[in-house]
Design a protein around this ligand. Structure first.
Ligand code: NI
Length: 178
């Protein structure tokens, strides 16, 4: 397993539409393992493959005790509306309230290539939607009103104008048990 550098806002990979996975093989399973490790080290509740520069429809979730990989995920039903604060590992230190459907029904393949279906709400449903957005090149700030959205993007650009790269190395916690 390996930690992968995170792609931060500014990386073209975050704005790409990711391609479906044809076959869930060892390379995909290795990617899933690396993504879990990178998400854990970054203390995230979700991570999409294009956040580590791989534009394939693969994401991992760890929210409210539910930990799973989702390959070629799609929402077959959404219901209700909920607003809560979101952040993103690719846009560190930026948070904003986002309104999304409250409950979702997800269909995807697991890391063994088996189809599964999950009906869920709360933070898990929010994380699933946030990660599927990533796979479509959408960021959580895109859900805000135009004024707030522009303000937060401009502030980010200003604060990061001297950055030499959009990559952020992820390091394991010294006390990590794995
Ligand atoms: Ni994100």
């Amino acid at each position: 397993m390996a930690l992968r550098p995170l792609h931060l806002l500014g990386s073209p990979a975050l704005r790409e539409e990711s391609a479906p996975v044809d076959t869930v093989d060892d390379a995909v399973r290795q990617l899933v393992d690396d993504m879990f490790q990178t998400m854990d080290a970054s203390r995230g509740v979700g991570l999409a493959a294009n956040q580590i520069g791989i534009t394939q429809r693969v994401a991992v979730i760890d929210a409210e005790g539910q930990r799973f990989a989702m390959i070629n995920p799609r929402l077959v039903e959404v219901e209700g509306k909920a607003t809560a604060e979101e952040g993103c590992l690719s846009i560190p230190d930026v948070f904003a309230d986002v309104t999304r459907p409250e409950r979702v029904v997800l269909e995807a393949l697991d890391a063994e290539g088996r189809p599964f279906r999950l009906e869920t709400g709360g933070l898990t449903a929010r994380a699933i939607q946030h990660e599927i957005d990533h796979l479509d090149g959408i960021l959580f700030l895109d859900h805000l009103g135009p004024v707030k959205r522009k303000m937060l993007f401009s502030r980010w650009k200003k604060e990061h104008k001297d950055d030499a790269t959009w990559l952020k190395e992820v390091t394991a916690e010294p006390s990590a048990s794995d």
